[in-house]
Structure formats: C-alpha cells, structure tokens
Design a protein around this ligand. Structure first.
Ligand code: IMP
Ligand code: MG
Length: 191
C-alpha cells in the first residue's frame, strides 16, 4: 500500500506583534528602511551647512522614523514635537486637522525640518506649514518617510522623501491603525 501524497502547505510563522491579525504583505522590510534612513540622514546633513536646525516631529506617527533619522544627521540639532490629529479611528482622513500640542521651542530664525511619517491627502502638511510659516523660521522643509503621491494640492513640496508608497493602508515603523502596529520594525499593508 502506498502512502497518500503529503501536501506541504507552507505558512510563515505569525508575528507575535500582530495581535493575531494578518497583514497583506510587507511593503518595506527593516533592512530596506534602515538603509534609506541612513541615506536621508546624509542628504539632510549636507543640505544644512550652517544655522540652527530644529527637527520637528509630527506625533505620533513619526516617532520611530525620527528617532532613527536624527542619529544619522551629522551636525548639531534640536528636536521638538507637535501633535496634529485628523484620522481618529478611521482609515480615511477626515480633513479636519487640529493642532493638539504646539511646540514650545522658538522657531524664529531657525531651519525647521518637519518630519512626517506619510503624506496621503496632504491636508495635515498644508495646514501645519501655514501655521509654522507665520513664526518667521529661516527656512522650513518637510521630510516624509513615505509619500503616496496622490495629494492634489501640495503648495510646499516634500523636500526629503524616503519612499514612494503604494496607495494602500500602511502600518508599522510608527504608522498605526487605531493605535495598533506602531512598533512593527517594518512597514506592512493592512488586509
Ligand atoms: P494626510 O493629511 O491625508 O496627508 O494624512 C497624513 C496623516 O494621516 C499621516 O501623518 C498619518 O498619520 C495618517 N496616514 C495617512 N495614510 C496612512 C496610512 O496608510 N497608514 C497609517 N496612517 C496614515
Ligand atoms: Mg496616524
């Protein structure tokens, strides 16, 4: 009697960080993110030869990216944060951007580098750039890890971009869905 054919179904071991939920695919793995963050740090270092540099992280989504990025910038700098809110628990921007925490640091006369996790509709950035621009910074630029390239109206282009992102809902490396998944060391597309 011959043995029945064995069917081998390979399933990757589940990531215990995922709360039993599945991600569709990994869009950017940790090694890819780390290599690009090093390059961005070098680009930013050479873009600011002089003057005070304030790296302003947009919470909460930028916290992982910002922590890695500032360690790759080889010049003096200060770090502060601001908090804006637009999504709530939805996956589509409400377009109603609120400033929930305003940085205490003086912006006047400084180079401001606004660090964002992902540019989607661009509404968050457009609102913030308007507000921050009124505080007489020496310059103001945006650095975003991911850019979906779907924003129709971006008066201030994003100067430093990590990666063009697929038009999917992404989580990990700071990005959340309803506050979950921020701690993934990679960026994944949510099912
Ligand atoms: P925007 O105002 O539509 O450009 O949205 C920007 C903010 O929405 C980002 O800072 C993120 O916090 C959030 N966001 C946009 N797209 C995604 C996504 O794919 N995953 C997680 N958060 C997102
Ligand atoms: Mg968010």
């Amino acid at each position: 009697m011959s043995a029945a054919p064995v069917s081998v179904a390979f399933t990757a071991p589940a990531d215990p960080r995922l709360l039993g939920r599945d991600v569709r695919r990994i869009a950017f793995d940790a090694a890819t993110l780390n290599a690009r963050v090093r390059e961005l740090g070098a680009e930013i270092t050479s873009a600011y030869p002089d003057g005070d540099l304030l790296v302003l992280g947009l919470l909460k989504g930028s916290f992982v990216f910002l922590a890695d990025l500032v360690r790759e910038i080889r010049r003096p700098l200060h770090v502060d944060f601001l908090v804006a809110s637009s999504y709530g628990e939805a996956t589509v921007s409400s377009g109603n951007v609120k400033l929930v925490y305003d940085p205490e640091t003086v912006l006047e006369g400084k180079h401001i580098l606004l660090v964002e996790d992902i540019v989607d509709s661009g509404k968050t950035l457009n609102t913030l750039m308007g507000l921050l621009g009124q505080r007489s910074p020496k310059s103001i630029e945006i650095c975003a890890l991911l850019h979906k390239r779907i924003a129709r109206d971006l008066p201030h282009p994003v100067r430093f971009v990590g990666f063009d992102a697929p038009n999917e809902f992404l989580v990990g490396y700071g990005l959340d869905h309803a506050e979950n998944f921020r701690h993934l060391p990679y960026v994944a597309s949510l099912e």
